[in-house]
Design a protein around this ligand. Structure first.
Ligand SMILES: O=C(O)CCC(=O)C(=O)O
Ligand SMILES: [Fe+2]
Length: 392
């Protein structure tokens, strides 16, 4: 696997799995699930994962829960909560993180206490992202009394591992799911969120408090190590290249590396845009430093690009951008034709249509990210295709 010789790895995993090696079973399932050996085969992967799960593998249970969030290969139902609960009981760090973020979105003091305890347990198990989220909560006194000494100690440990502190993020209190206190209820979060329409052509809406601070931080911390200079589709060649059009850095999330928490945030973002996770391209996290911008552009793709990348999914029907941090000055999202301007605010989302009702590109969807004047701007963008783009 490390040498990317997947064809050689696959039969060895298969033999190890047959001999009862649970981790090998999970690896084999991942090869099928993510289509690393040919077309993705979620059904075969699910069969292997179920065997690994009944052998007590918490990671397999979390992966099954991740698949169920998509609602395609497995039904999106209470099994998601049951699997996460089991993985939390097994002290599986990615499950602790996902559950912590889930409880952290609820204002009940019991939920907040659970959030902090689970972040602490995951951090103690060596989960750096959990430690980074916990440090921010302790520094700011979120859900607990501020503890600057403990926060500094955690930040010091993270810095020693090359993990920089996270930018300030004072998101609004998040829109809460109607779940009872201290109970996991992932799939219950499908209520439509209140939105303000700013324009009808193109349709532009703002959703305040979509993501919690923990969720914003999860996205920034997960993207940070993978940021690189942004590339944009060059209209001359139809291929991505570094262009003055877009001077930010960005990272896209490879589904292979996504844990339940990351997939759950993406699902919530897709749902807020009135779409499903399977319609979404990879989530992109962008970071703009002072002077960096995304000049006026449209998000829909030229037909040559669609033809190369899952043509059956069609074009980018809709875009949802979520601001992840507090920008000191600048970085507004602007729609010059519609005359709309939105100032970044952590946790808030902007949703807009790129196509007309008949599916043809709408040139009036022209938009830009203004240059950042002071501070840094972090943004998560999900491009939603007209039809299903992902396998599960
Ligand atoms: O930075 C912004 O506000 C706009 C980002 C954008 O247009 C995009 O990600 O497609
Ligand atoms: Fe855009």
């Amino acid at each position: 696997m490390a040498a990317s010789r997947l064809e050689d790895a696959a039969p060895l995993y298969a033999r190890a799995a047959d001999a009862g090696h649970v981790q090998a079973r999970v690896q084999q399932a991942r090869l099928w699930l993510f289509g690393m050996l040919g077309p993705a085969d979620p059904a075969a992967a699910i069969e292997e994962l179920r065997l690994a799960e009944s052998a007590g593998d918490a990671g397999a249970g979390c992966l099954l829960a991740s698949i169920a969030l998509g609602g395609i290969a497995l039904t999106r139902d209470g099994s998601i909560d049951a699997r996460l609960r089991a993985a939390v009981e097994a002290r599986h760090a990615p499950a602790l993180l996902a559950a912590a973020i889930h409880f952290g979105r609820k204002s009940d003091p019991g939920d907040q206490a659970l959030c902090l305890r689970m972040l602490g347990d995951a951090a103690n198990a060596g989960h750096a992202t959990a430690a980074a989220l916990l440090a921010e909560r302790l520094a700011n006194g979120e859900g607990t009394a501020a503890d600057p000494v403990a926060a500094a100690a955690l930040r010091g440990q993270l810095a020693a591992h090359g993990i920089p502190p996270l930018p300030a993020c004072s998101a609004l209190p998040p829109f809460e799911a109607p779940a009872p206190p201290r109970q996991l209820a992932f799939a219950a979060e499908t209520r439509p969120m209140p939105r303000s329409m700013l324009s009808t052509r193109p349709a532009i809406a703002v959703i305040e408090g979509l993501l919690s601070r923990d969720e914003c931080r999860l996205l920034m911390a997960s993207a940070q190590p993978y940021l690189r200079a942004s590339r944009t589709v060059d209209p001359a060649t139809g291929r991505p290249a570094a262009m003055p059009l877009r001077t930010s850095s960005d990272a896209s999330f490879d589904p292979v590396a996504e844990d339940f928490a990351l997939r759950c945030v993406q699902w919530r973002i897709a749902r807020a845009a009135g779409a499903e996770l399977v319609d979404a391209e990879r989530l992109i996290v962008l970071r703009y430093e002072p002077g960096q911008e995304y000049r006026p552009h449209r998000d829909y793709l030229p037909s040559a690009t669609i033809a190369r990348d899952r043509s059956q999914a069609g074009n980018r029907a809709r875009t949802i951008c979520v601001y992840l941090n507090d920008v000191e000055d600048g970085g507004e999202t602007v729609f010059p034709v519609a005359g709309v301007e939105i100032a970044p605010r952590a946790g808030t989302a902007v949703v807009f249509d790129n196509l007309l009702a008949d599916g043809t590109p709408d040139p009036e969807s022209l938009h830009a990210g203004n240059p950042v004047r002071r501070g840094v701007k972090w943004l998560a963008t999900l491009w939603l295709r007209q039809r299903r783009y992902r396998d599960f």
